[in-house]
Design a protein around this ligand. Sequence first.
Ligand code: MG
Length: 280
Amino acid sequence: MNRTITLTLALAIGMASVFAQKVEIPKIDWDGLQKTKPWEASEQWTPVPKKVTPAYLTAPPSDAIVLFDGTNLDNWHKPKYSYGARMDEVEAIIKARAQQQEYSEAEWVVKDGAMIVKPGGGPIESKQAFGDMQLHVEWLSPETTGKEGQAYSNSGVFLMGLYEIQVLNSYENKTYPNGQAGAMYKQHIPLVNASRPPGEWQAYDIVFNAPRFDAKGNLERAATVTAFHNGVLIQNNVVLEGPCVYIGKAHYVQHAEKLPLILQDHGDKVRFRNIWVREL
Ligand code: MG
């Protein structure tokens, strides 16, 4: 065989094997990490947002894309790769999602006009992807005895599957403020605590501007979030440092212009309803 052809062929096979390589998601040694608890380093305990009494809720506008109207999970499925606890995991997941994402049926329960987290059933992801958007989500923390802190009705809305606005009972439930309801998790404490008590429906209205990357993958513009909790401004055009991670500092990793929303299964039967998006 001609030398040039042989070389080209070898190069092509090499390239193909690089592209075909399975992305390895890093294994996190949770038992080992219990000794040092690195997630505590990014918990911010002051300032504590003051409490305000919130306003009431609204119906979807006529031009909204309704993702959940109380009847079924047709617009949702369960992703094999969802979100990561540390940046190395996030980076691997972004790659895996682009190359080998797999889905199965969403396992959450639809009941009484709401969809309810099925503990252990995994997160759910919108079938449609979004970039810049106005998002409305209503959620309810069921009254539960014997739970506190991050364990009392924890869920989350992951914008683009990466940037989490925390869902938690924060009515009278102490935790680190950069992890309470309405926090951009471990990055921005809400301006005030507009939480309603467990058992009452609450709403988030969010304006999200997705990050922009140049052709080389460098960050051109960071993501920003403005959010209202029960009609009260809690995040005022805050700039995100990158994906919202549980352990360590965030940094940006290039990703698609549009990505789906993910709702978190954190083991609590949090309910959601009336979810809609207006693309910006
Ligand atoms: Mg959460």
